[in-house]
Design a binder for this molecule. Sequence first.
Ligand code: SF4
Length: 230
Amino acid sequence: MNPKVRDIIMDLKSYLEYLKVIGIETLPLFEKNATDQPSIPSSDTPSIVTLEEIRRELGDCQRCKLHRTRRTLVFGEGNDKAKLMFVGEGPGYDEDVQGRPFVGRAGQLLTKIIQSIHLQREEVYITNIIKCRPPQNRNPEPDEIECCHPFLLKQIHAIQPQIICALGTFAAQTLLKTDTKITALRGRLYELKGIKVIPTYHPAYLLRNPERKREVWEDMKLISERLNNA
Ligand code: SF4
């Protein structure tokens, strides 16, 4: 068999397996996005501390107004030596109740997406750009993101992942210091202090727009290739 044809068949097989894992039964067609490697401005490097120390430093955080309405501060969870880190937007209702990131419907989808590249949830680290739920799940505001950002940078610095997958507009824009929309950011590879950053759509957005799952699959393949080649 022609090697190119074999590669296409293997790729299609992987994609069909991914669709099965995340519960998709139809096969949409999309244009493939170009992948290049634009650079991004680097951020200040915080001193190295452990995740436990960072959590202790946050304490009963009241650095922004979200502390007034939150039930639980959702710090993050997973492997503290993870090669792959997911950064989302902020806790929702279920996360606020349970004190864990991505445990609602979007979280269940994220777990399936992680499994689609043959990883378990416990092998990665999952957190958000803000650690407290905004009232009525509204978007995080700039002052809230700014207050919480140093702690996210410390988490990244403590874990030193090879790749960060930024989930959704706010995570991608915050990490990459840009106003560019997620539709234009995703499908590409960026770098933050030697760590690759790959933005993709937030699982909550995917629940509302399942036709976008093909693009997330492309981004997950990019992540998987990079992890395997590291
Ligand atoms: S969102 Fe971050 S900065 Fe604001 S209260 Fe919660 S932990 Fe503190």
